[in-house]
Design a protein around this ligand. Structure first.
Ligand code: RTP
Ligand code: MG
Length: 140
């Protein structure tokens, strides 16, 4: 297995409840390392672009409103098999289907307000990291 990087977003429902540390603890406990991080408030255009893949889905408008409803913490996570490992630690999109101990099982409020985003493949990870970070902002 290779060392990989993946993009994580701690979503507005989690920043609102001041539980970013509890979420980061889950990443670190799984062997993932935070190698870049910033707290930002996404604009409509940024959130719309970031989730453009879902443009035709019925939940797209609500998703963009939710993602701009408060600050987010965007991060690059690094580690062995980081993309799959992060998805595992996050749990299923719908918290009612998320395995016990996962971030979404413990912290998500709903299928939309589900506390975290994580890249789903090497190509999307590379694109999503570039979307938020320049090379010199990532310190491995
Ligand atoms: P993400 O992209 O945020 O990591 O989540 P994911 O891969 O597990 O789920 P995805 O299908 O890519 O959906 C992106 C985000 O859209 C919201 N969503 N709402 N109302 C709904 O039925 C619904 N379905 C998805 C969630 O915030 C989901 O994480
Ligand atoms: Mg997704």
């Amino acid at each position: 297995m290779a060392t990989e990087r993946t993009l994580s977003i701690i979503k507005p429902d989690a920043t609102k409840r001041n539980i970013t540390g509890k979420i980061i603890d889950k990443f670190e406990s799984a062997g993932l390392r935070v190698v870049a991080q910033k707290r930002i408030h996404l604009s409509d255009a940024q959130a719309g672009d970031f989730y453009a893949v879902h443009k035709e889905r019925p939940f797209y408008g609500d998703l963009v409103s939710f993602m701009t409803s408060g600050p987010v913490v965007v991060q690059v996570l690094e580690g062995e098999d980081a993309i799959a490992k992060n998805r595992e630690v996050m749990g299923a999109t719908n918290p009612s289907e998320a395995a016990a101990g996962t971030i979404r099982a413990e912290f998500a409020e709903s299928i939309e307000a589900n506390s975290v985003h994580g890249s789903d493949a090497p190509e999307t990870a590379a694109e999503e990291i570039k979307f938020f970070f320049s090379d010199d902002e990532i310190v491995g």
